[in-house]
Write a protein that binds this ligand. Sequence first.
Ligand SMILES: Cc1cc2nc3c(=O)[nH]c(=O)nc-3n(C[C@H](O)[C@H](O)[C@H](O)COP(=O)(O)OP(=O)(O)OC[C@H]3O[C@@H](n4cnc5c(N)ncnc54)[C@H](O)[C@@H]3O)c2cc1C
Length: 449
Amino acid sequence: MSTRTRKRTAVIGGGMAGSAAAKKLIASGREVVIYESADGLGGRARSWHRPEIEPDVGINLMYVSFYKLMTELISEYGLESELVKLSSDIYISDRGRAIPLSPDSPLSPLTYKHVSLRDRLAFLRTTIKQVRDKSRIDFFDPIKAAQLDDGLSAADWGYQQMSRRGFDFMLRPQVEGFWNFASEDASAVHAKGLLAWMGGSSFYVFRNGMQIIAERNAEGAELRLAHEVTDVQLAGARLRVTAGPVGGDPATETFDELVFATPAPIAAKLTAALPTEIVGGDARRFLESQRYEPALSVSYLVDVGGLPSEAHIVAGGPGDQPLRNMITYPRTVRDERGRAVDKLLVFAYPGRANTRRLLGLPPEEQFAAVLPWLKTLWADFSGEAEPFHVAERPYGFPIPAPGRYRQAVEVMKQQGAPVVFAGDYFNSPTTEAALLSGFRAAEALMRAD
Ligand SMILES: Cc1cc2nc3c(=O)[nH]c(=O)nc-3n(C[C@H](O)[C@H](O)[C@H](O)COP(=O)(O)OP(=O)(O)OC[C@H]3O[C@@H](n4cnc5c(N)ncnc54)[C@H](O)[C@@H]3O)c2cc1C
């Protein structure tokens, strides 16, 4: 006779959102299985490692001091010693001439000579206003963000605050430097949030990659790594999940509940066969309407002195750019004879059109195409660089279209057992937002207990 009383829950997708959901569900006494198509947890926040660089920071996923949930998890798991502090010097470039606009220094905007004094003052005024309003501005929590998501795009709003040139050189580069989507396509909440929260914040990377948070959150779950879910069906009162290793034999298991924590288009596809009583029309439309800006990170090693160190150099100006931004880190490299050599590790992120064009090409072609664009951000760059690493994220950044936060809140309110959704597409493309959406999805399942 079966004595099964614990609910059995599958989490599909072991990124930040899925593993956060797993943490809460395990704590509620459920038996949790995580399916993850990659060979490790962490999703987009998973780093890569190259033993020849020290310290190893992989894809440079940053944790920012105002991430509340992540700060709590770092403390709960005792991970403080994993953190490496970075400088947050921002330079904004006008066709290769880069000038610092550091969010750490309140007076830095006044010396930013690519725009008029009137715009510098307008930028300062707008920043002060957003900082004063800080407690209302939140781009992690859609419930708060929805109240400010009045249908204006970041560009619409920015052009109301200062001249077009002022916005294009002082605020657009910061929004697009972080997320790559066009300011015309993203809710004004993102521009307001950056101004309110970035100044005075500290930035960190995890010494061995941010996936450690996902790994700790998932402790106690059964992991099916390198297992891609290919089909989900209703089977009586339960849900049947088919998954298998890529190219291997799929297997089927049944569950009481499911958390879909993949990017939205994959969740939409996997739930297509489920009836409306389980995935309602609003949720389905929401999933299907999410668009993503892909990301491509191409890194090089260059000699010290060729570029500023610990700098985030971003393209100013309207429209798409050949190269959106680059980030430089000092790194000690072991050469082929094991000797330590000081270098700069430079991560270059192409603009939107170039990213789409270069995704999936052989790395030699990606390195060769991106290298000349470094001069569009730093005209004096010598052009000498050793190709180092390429990382591709086809589902890079979900685009928070104006009004999307309001829709997200409606979908969140309606969701409940036996199927819920989690992911950064409910909030903003940040790990903090993904964690919050995972916790909320688990709570939505637990409401039925
Ligand atoms: C280049 C880049 C830089 C970034 N930098 C930062 C930063 O500095 N700081 C920051 O806070 N955020 C940053 N982000 C954003 C952050 O990485 C994401 O917002 C966050 O990691 C999203 O987590 P998620 O769990 O919602 O989705 P994901 O991480 O995409 O997780 C979804 C998981 O589902 C798995 N999956 C997909 N399909 C299936 C399937 N069929 N079966 C099983 N598993 C499946 C995927 O492999 C993946 O692991 C960056 C993003 C990019 C692209």
